[in-house]
Write a protein that binds this ligand. Structure first.
Ligand code: FES
Ligand code: FES
Length: 411
């Protein structure tokens, strides 16, 4: 591959402009200096065919072509790729006009779960392109840089050998390259979404933005949760009216500055297993009453991730207590987005439950316990897992025939 560009010294949170071509489409991005190419391809350009496994250059899932040579996208920073020609698995073939390698993998059953398939396709493309005379007995070693968890190696070797045998005079090039619109999950920085991307990337800066614009499209997490508090509505109203107190009820969150005009600066910390995220950002209260709140927020974390959210909170009387309802749309980019929707959703819901408990405490005149401590993410995860196991057991109990099975097992 060509020598990656050396980037002038820059702070790890600064956005760096970079231009390259992906599958024939010129792209201009402004990305955090430490954002990997694999994250930029997936999150900013929507090219999720490049899979991420180990993020340490071991498993080969993220293999792509840079200037015609196979490279690990997880080992490169996006900002190093200025001027590069990148080919991802999306560029290899079209659904109705597959590349011979894709067609051969299907015919030889070289894909099972498909997780390693993009890596194997791009790796074997590179191999056959550079070594058209490769012998079958050399294929296992040559392709050993990609790991198949389903252990489908025999069929994968058959598939690659078939293409090699039939294309000794040259492998056909990628069949799906050309100008097209590329839009990521958060449209930060693609040329195709230049106006919106500029708005979003400028917005996640150090100074308060004029406006928070949420990305269009489906959020990473959508939450609609309700819980009933013991405290009566008039006590909960006192918490809603005191924005500092309300902020202290949010697990791991801290309001650091009131900026006027219903704008606030704050930070939030979340630790998910070994991953520690520290978000700094802004919140804008679009509506703030004693029984309702509409908030837009955005923040960036020190590892280059970004979060944007729209939250509606509503408190209505329920018996002698108060029903607290939260609806949220959350857009995530970066490491946290890699957790997957359902787990991130579980964690968010658990955090809302902790928030609701803290509001109840504050309404009783006690200091909320969550304070500015980072949420015990391990506890949250364990709780989320416990909920999952519980709901799976519940489903099993309700499944037809489960009674007989349980009886049998117990007997
Ligand atoms: S994700 Fe890049 S090598 Fe494993
Ligand atoms: S087909 Fe499942 S990991 Fe290879």
């Amino acid at each position: 591959m060509s020598t990656p560009r050396t980037v002038a010294h820059t702070g790890h949170e600064d956005l760096v402009a970079v231009e390259f071509t992906v599958n024939g489409t010129p792209v201009s991005l402004r990305v955090p200096a430490r954002m990997t190419l694999s994250d930029a391809l997936r999150d900013n350009l929507g090219l999720t065919g490049t899979h991420i496994g180990c993020e340490h250059g071991v498993c080969g899932m993220c293999t792509i072509l840079i200037d015609g040579d196979a490279s690990r996208a997880c080992l490169l920073f996006a900002c190093q790729l200025d001027g590069a020609q990148i080919t991802t698995v999306e560029g290899l073939g079209k659904p109705d006009d597959l590349h011979p390698l894709q067609e051969s993998f299907g015919r030889h059953h070289g894909l099972q779960c498909g997780f390693c398939t993009p890596g194997f396709l791009m790796s074997s493309y590179d191999l056959l392109d550079h070594e058209p005379d490769i012998r079958r007995e050399d294929l296992p070693e040559e392709l050993s840089g990609v790991i198949c968890r389903c252990t489908g190696y025999r069929n994968i070797i058959d598939a690659v050998d078939d293409v090699a045998t039939n294309h000794r005079d040259g492998l056909p090039g990628p069949k799906n390259c050309g100008q097209r619109t590329l839009t990521g999950r958060s449209p930060v920085g693609s040329t195709a979404a230049a106006d919106e991307s500029t708005a979003v990337s400028e917005a996640v800066q150090d100074s308060a933005p004029e406006k928070i614009s949420l990305p269009s499209g489906e959020p990473t997490i959508a939450i609609d949760v309700t819980t009933v508090l013991e405290s009566p509505p008039q006590d909960v109203a006192r918490v809603f009216e005191d924005i500092q107190l309300l902020a202290r009820c949010l697990p791991g969150a801290e309001l650091t500055e009131e900026l006027g005009g219903n704008w606030y600066r704050g930070r939030a910390r979340v630790a998910l297993g070994p991953i520690k995220l520290s978000f700094n950002g802004f919140a804008h209260l679009l509506e703030h009453e004693s029984d309702r709140m509409h908030v837009l927020g955005q923040a960036k974390d020190t590892g280059g991730g970004r979060a944007q959210a729209e939250i509606h909170l509503l408190a209505v009387p329920e018996g002698t207590g108060t029903r607290l309802q939260a609806e949220a749309r959350v857009y995530l980019v970066g490491r946290i987005a890699g957790f997957g929707r359902s787990l991130a959703g579980d964690v968010s819901r658990r955090m809302f439950e902790d928030f609701a408990k803290a509001v109840d405490q504050a309404a009783r005149g006690e200091e909320p316990e969550v304070g500015s401590k980072p949420p015990s993410a391990f506890g949250i995860l364990v709780g989320a897992m416990r909920d999952r196991i519980r709901s799976v057991r519940e489903l099993r109990r309700k499944a037809p025939g489960s009674q007989a099975k349980n009886t049998h097992e117990e007997g």
